[in-house]
Ligand binder design. Structure first.
Ligand code: ATP
Ligand code: OAA
Ligand code: CA
Ligand code: MN
Length: 703
């Protein structure tokens, strides 16, 4: 929904009587709104900083610099205005610790602002906060190392950081404002990742975050872009308290040129990351001290109680899952690369902590014991939400993790151009990467198997939660002491054959990746369009759950569109768009199992990355399309009989199991889980074509 001046707007926000210049309700700082308790009843102090206030204490006996003169030199940042400070802190560059340095005024902020006569309402509004605006990686390194515990330079020059208590995303703590527009537009209720909150509660959390940020001596502001398609580029502002967060987003979002920054204007979306500070559990809708709050009408996101940087990345991805479909553009949780001849492939796959199951129709007593235990241990104020409501948001136990299906690993291919590793758009113009960087798993990373990722971990790259040698600073990628989910965030240019700008023509191959820990899905199968849709909607992979005795058990998980945690609309909306685009552009679907072979987890072994790469090569080159196929029982998948460089005996999973009976059992078990999961979609039509809906329903396991 681009407006005349090229900025997008959200449906519903423009007609709002409360709307400010950009269609947004402004933060109200005076009078009205009886639900807010104001502290501006007493006579205001005539000062805008604490220093000014102190200067008022002493009677002037000699001329000093006029107050207005110094103030006029700085532009305040409107985003950080709150009930306690109307204007927000002023933008300066440089480190406030270097007192001798005169702070340079940033020329980037063109927001015209008219100073009201000094009317300060609390001490908070007098406090000076430095805004460290779009610092360079080198400056951010210095800030991190000086002020953030756990920041170190690794042997290869990367910045090692700790993300704090949270080393992965917290999907249970995500909240989305339900208002008149989103109540109809978004997917709510059973199975949906969108847990509602109201506008007022959002403002409570926003105020908490903004006041926290303004209480600091300095905050970081990044102004950057999302989406390499210039027609659908989104301007984002990230306000954060840590150099780690600022560098992470510098790497992950698209970096503006100095000219683009000069003309940046008003951001389309703003994140307030106050992750070090918890939310208040006595606040309505809060069930823990972590909250990630999305307000589409205000175009804002607030983060409280988690420093895991992936929340910002995936929070913005959720926003794109709303904005892009509104423009008939499909947003995809996929990697993407392109061959020398311009053939594009998409790699879908699940990852991270995902919605595992849904217990909405269960009584609290029968609810998942892990969840109950977790609730009892973690929630001080269970009464805020009736336990039954919480139960319907059943998520995996906290010690559950995924193995990674291979989006990043397989899209990063030395023989092909990398368009992106995780988030893309498919529009009438072709594909475009949403991001400006990659976020690779580092666990067991090896130079031989993943040379391009290995080499990208250098100066400028953020490595999260890795363990390194105290003296040499050599990283031990096999060390899981902090977490399994160790990660590296680097600008996409760090991959030598990145395709810049990160756009490409319409995809020729759509590869669905599943890490099957049951060991029954074939290493590769060719899919019909209906099968592709069936597996896209199912979004299967295995998660590893730690049990009480520390034994790891694989568990099937289904995450619609291979990214249920990030979608905003009903999965069938995305599925219909994918089907339409694949049909129109003649793309072929493939299912690739990057998981177990020769038995389930614990018995067989993970398919060698080298073999998976050969399989992917054969898909890209077109030779696999020409191969001979046989059809499997239960799943009805077409399996090639031969692939160059891959032992033929591993292509048929049944042949690799020594215990055939166990194989059949595992196969039927997985088939049953697919069926059960798909029941949730039986009542939905996919697109306008009833024929396709019927076909998709028939394309699942049959037995
Ligand atoms: N046969 C295989 N194919 C793909 N990856 C494999 C294979 N065997 C082992 N791996 C490992 O599995 C992991 C795949 O993770 P990857 O980062 O590609 O996941 P992802 O799909 O990008 O997830 P996320 O969205 O969380 O980033 C890597 O650590 C890789 O080394
Ligand atoms: O967001 C994260 O933590 C990592 C990621 O890419 C995903 O989970 O899909
Ligand atoms: Ca990845
Ligand atoms: Mn991802």
């Amino acid at each position: 929904m681009a407006t005349d001046n090229g900025e997008f707007s959200f449906a519903g926000s423009n007609g709002n009587s409360n709307a400010g210049r950009n269609g947004l309700a402004k933060i109200q700082t005076h009078g009205k709104k009886n639900e807010v308790c104001h502290d501006d009843s007493s006579a205001p102090v005539k000062a805008q900083t604490i220093d000014e206030l102190h200067s008022l204490q002493k009677k002037k006996s000699a001329p000093t610099t006029p107050i207005r003169g110094t103030q006029g030199a700085f532009t305040p940042i409107a985003s950080l205005a709150s009930l306690t400070r109307e204007t927000g802190p002023k933008v300066v560059k440089g480190d406030p610790a270097r007192k001798s340095e005169t702070p340079k005024v940033s020329s980037h902020h063109a927001t015209p602002h008219h100073y009201a006569p000094t009317l300060s309402t609390s001490d908070s509004s007098l406090k000076f906060t430095h805004i460290l605006y779009n610092l360079s990686p080198a400056e951010l390194y210095e800030q991190a190392i000086k002020y953030e515990k756990g920041s170190f330079i690794t042997e290869t020059g990367a910045l090692a950081t700790l993300s704090g208590a949270k080393t992965g995303r917290s999907p249970r703590d995500k909240r989305v404002v339900k208002d008149d527009t989103t109540k109809n537009d978004l997917w709510w209720g059973k199975g949906s990742p969108n847990i509602e909150m109201d506008e007022h509660t959002f403002l409570v959390n926003r105020e908490r975050a903004v006041d926290y940020l303004c209480s600091l001596d300095k905050v970081f502001v990044n102004d950057q872009f999302l989406n390499w398609d210039p027609e659908h580029r989104i301007k984002v502002r990230i306000v954060s308290a840590r150099a780690y967060h600022s560098l992470f987003m510098h790497n992950m979002c698209i970096r503006p040129t100095p000219e683009e920054l000069e003309n940046f204007g008003t951001p389309d979306f703003t994140i307030y990351n106050a992750g070090q500070f918890p939310c208040n559990r006595y606040t309505h809708y809060m069930t823990s001290s972590t909250s990630i709050d999305l307000n589409l009408a205000r175009r804002e996101m607030v983060i409280l109680g988690t420093q895991y940087a992936g929340e910002m990345k995936k929070g913005l991805f959720s926003v794109m899952h709303y904005l892009m479909p509104m423009r008939q553009i499909l947003s995809l949780h996929s990697g993407c690369n392109m061959g020398k001849d311009g053939d594009v492939a998409l790699f879908f796959g699940l990852s991270g902590i995902v919605l595992l199951d849904d217990y909405s129709d269960m009584e609290p007593e029968t609810c998942h014991p892990n969840l109950i235990r977790d609730l009892l241990q973690r929630f001080l104020v269970i009464h805020i939400l009736p336990i039954h409501d919480v139960c319907y948001l059943c998520f995996p136990p906290l010690d559950m993790f995924d193995l990674g299906t291979g989006k990043t690993t397989l899209s990063t291919d030395h023989n092909r151009y990398l368009i992106g590793d995780d988030e893309h758009c498919w529009s009438d113009n072709g594909v475009s990467n949403i991001e400006g960087g990659c976020y690779a798993k580092c666990i067991d990373l090896s130079r031989e198997k993943e040379p391009d990722i290995w080499n990208a971990i250098k100066f400028g790259t953020v490595v999260e939660n890795v363990v390194f040698d105290e003296y040499t600073r050599e990283v031990d990628y096999s060390d899981k002491s902090v977490t399994e989910n160790t990660r590296a965030a680097y600008p996409i240019e760090y991959i030598p054959n990145a395709k810049i700008p990160c756009v490409g023509p319409h995809p020729k191959n759509v590869i669905l990746l599943a890490c099957d820990a049951f060991g029954v899905l074939p290493p590769v199968s060719k899919l019909s369009l209906a099968q592709t849709m069936y597996h896209f909607i199912s979004g299967y992979t295995a998660l590893m759950a730690g049990t009480v005795d520390g034994v790891k058990e694989p568990q099937a998980t289904f995450s619609a569109c291979f990214g249920a945690a990030f979608i905003m609309l009903h999965p069938t909306k995305y599925a219909a768009m994918l089907a339409e685009k694949m049909k129109k552009h003649g793309a072929t679907g493939w299912l690739v199992n990057t998981g177990w072979s020769g038995g389930r987890y614990g018995e067989g072994s993970r398919i060698k990355l080298a073999y998976t790469r050969k399989i992917i090569d054969a898909i890209h080159s077109g030779t696999l399309l020409e191969a001979n196929y046989t059809k499997t029982e239960v799943f009805g998948l077409e399996i090639p009989t031969q692939i160059e460089g891959v032992p033929s005996e591993i292509l048929q999973p049944g042949d690799t199991w020594s215990d055939k009976k166990a194989y059949k059992e595992a196969l039927l078990k997985l088939g049953g889980l697919f069926k059960k999961n798909f029941e949730g979609f039986l009542n939905y039509k996919i697109g306008t074509d009833n024929e396709l809906t019927e076909e998709i329903l028939a394309a699942g396991p049959n037995f």
